[in-house]
Design a protein around this ligand. Sequence first.
Ligand SMILES: [Mg+2]
Length: 245
Amino acid sequence: MVIYIKNEIEYFEGCLIGGALGDALGWPIEFMKLNEIKKTYGENGLTHLILSDDGKAQITDDTQMTMFTAEGLLRAESRLTNKGICHAPTVVYFAYQRWLFTQGYPKKKEIDFIYNGWLLEIDRLFAVRAPGNSCVSSLLKSEKGTKENLINNSKGCGAVMRSAPFGLFLDKDTAFEIAIETAALTHGHPTGQLAAGALAFMIAEIIEGQSIIEAAFSTIDKLRNEKEKESIECISKIEDAISLS
Ligand SMILES: [Mg+2]
């Protein structure tokens, strides 16, 4: 199937709905080994959405957090327009604190002014579907993680899985930087951060007219310019994905 994208709004819809659909498709087998998946669903694995009792496929923390990233960026943009100053990762951090609240954790008294907005009014977003440990444990702490003050040594997928909106909303170099800085809120290992920057950069490249493969190669070039030696790890994973495609 080929989806032709005609304008920017369609990029946003295509990316966010496509991400949610992929999340809903993969979630039922998220914690299964390959042989278990094949045993249960056949050689081709799971090829259709599994619906729950209400007739809907389920999304997980990945899609929930992506929505809060998008909300945070919209609020950051609004603040920049109204006040002329804004630190986007902090505004997105507040959005992630709202997400944490949806997962059943108490509101933080010292930032009680942040608990508002349309996402908190959507009851279905309060579903708890295997939220990532690194995200939850770092957001529960009183201080924020940064690139200088590492919050842990995690290089899990919890930062990259929520980072698509940076590439939708920002130019590619800014998307790369802000995605990495925001990843550092919850992931201290450079690979956990660079993967988020790479995804954001790739999506921005696609919006600028590159094909997916071209965007993947441009992202590899971008990562090669990084000082962090861990960019090698991120590059090799993108190369693996290209060779499988
Ligand atoms: Mg998940």
